[in-house]
Write a protein that binds this ligand. Structure first.
Ligand SMILES: NC(=O)c1ccc[n+]([C@@H]2O[C@H](COP(=O)([O-])OP(=O)(O)OC[C@H]3O[C@@H](n4cnc5c(N)ncnc54)[C@H](OP(=O)(O)O)[C@@H]3O)[C@@H](O)[C@H]2O)c1
Length: 349
């Protein structure tokens, strides 16, 4: 037996992982505008959120073969879907699908599977940094300039920000080299190398390379020749510690399970809340444009805003069936205003 979704336009939006850190922020944004159904392994953990927001919660464990069955209007995946169960069920039932969780290899896999299954509903892959907010702002800047050759994204990760357990899988990517485009040619880069300093409002942050999905999609969707993303912590001491661990080879020799706690402790020590900041620099034949995105409500909220804007888009009339990325949606000139409505500042530098 396989999972079985059914599409109905007056049915709830299913948020898989909907009472997790990102899922809760998305639930708080989407209710009561949309009826919602939240899913996860331990629905009792979502009972309080479901009660306060007047939504439903059910069990769906993506690691348990027990099939899941529901009638829904659209699905947002806010938890890793290692076997593409959610994606496959959506495509088979012509249910609009949004994902905000996939790292680059998983995004490429989703696009391959979707291409193979030929969806008749939108498959919106919004996994660029912060649920595709980076992609949206980059698209707005490219639209403003008319054309772009290069997009550089710099992430300032607040060491005091909240993050959930499902985020830790991503950390293990730091041991794997990846491919990006540099002046129109593919090159292989190593994570946490190629450091530079970047100006954020009120701080300078040391950043280093990281593998994120927008570096795969920008050359394809926005026709840029170079796409680069780097990350650094609000604490330069923490960044230096991470870079030293990388230099010492921790992500190579420490790949095995024995070292998992050590690897994860380096990056996963969530706090009580912080500010999410991303700087995007775009340059092209007609000039350059930059913006710093600041969400005082932190990374989970900013990711949820990306998911919410994606949801509004897939439910609107302008989306076509098939694979879509945030940066190729219509009306990039409206993006900054939409973000600002959700308390996200887009500062021009
Ligand atoms: N695109 C981006 O920029 C971006 C930014 C932030 C986060 N993310 C991604 O978003 C995801 C969620 O992060 P988070 O911080 O919200 O994690 P989280 O707090 O751990 O939330 C995960 C949620 O999924 C549920 N869940 C976990 N395993 C499951 C399974 N096998 N089947 C069904 N449900 C399951 C959990 O509930 P139960 O424990 O009850 O199952 C929980 O509700 C991560 O993959 C993270 O990498 C992406």
């Amino acid at each position: 037996m396989t999972d079985s979704l059914h599409h109905r336009s007056d049915a709830p939006i299913l948020i898989v992982g909907g009472y997790g850190t990102v899922g809760t922020a998305l639930t708080n944004l989407a209710a009561p505008e949309f009826p919602l159904l939240l899913a996860g392994r331990n629905p009792a953990d979502g009972a309080e959120l479901a009660r306060t927001q007047g939504v439903s919660v059910r069990r769906w464990d993506l690691g348990d073969p027990t099939p899941f069955d529901a009638t829904v209007r659209a699905v947002v995946s806010t938890v890793n879907d290692p076997h593409d169960r959610v994606l496959r069920a959506c495509i088979e039932a012509a249910v609009p699908y949004i994902d905000v969780t996939r790292w680059t290899g998983r995004l490429a896999r989703a696009a391959t599977l979707a291409g193979h299954l030929a969806p008749t509903s939108p498959v919106y892959l919004s996994s660029g940094w912060m649920g595709g907010v980076t992609n949206l702002v980059a698209a707005a800047l490219v639209h403003e300039l008319g054309a772009a050759d290069e997009i550089t994204t710099s992430i300032r990760y607040d060491t005091n920000d909240k993050a959930g357990r499902d985020s830790v899988d991503f950390i293990d990517r730091l041991g794997q080299d990846y491919e990006v485009m540099l002046r129109g040619n593919p090159i292989t880069v190593s994570p946490l190398t190629d450091t530079t300093w970047v100006e954020f409002p009120g701080s300078r942050t040391k950043v280093a390379r990281i593998d994120t999905p927008e570096q795969l999609t920008f050359p394809l969707t926005l026709n840029v020749e170079t796409a680069t993303t780097r990350i650094g912590f609000s604490s330069n001491v923490s960044t230096n510690l991470l870079l030293a661990a990388k230099k010492a080879g921790l992500f190579r020799w420490g790949r095995g399970d024995r070292f998992t706690p050590l690897r994860r402790a380096l990056l996963y020590s969530p706090g009580t809340g912080g500010s999410a900041q991303i700087r995007i620099d775009v340059s092209g034949p007609h000039g350059a444009a930059s913006a710093v995105v600041v969400d005082p409500n932190g990374q989970a909220h900013l990711t949820a805003v990306g998911g919410y804007l994606a949801l509004r888009r897939v439910l609107g009339t302008e989306m076509h069936p098939g694979i879509a990325f945030p940066e190729s949606v219509p009306h990039p000139e409206r993006i900054i205003g939409e973000l600002e409505k959700h308390g996200v500042a887009v500062l021009r530098t």
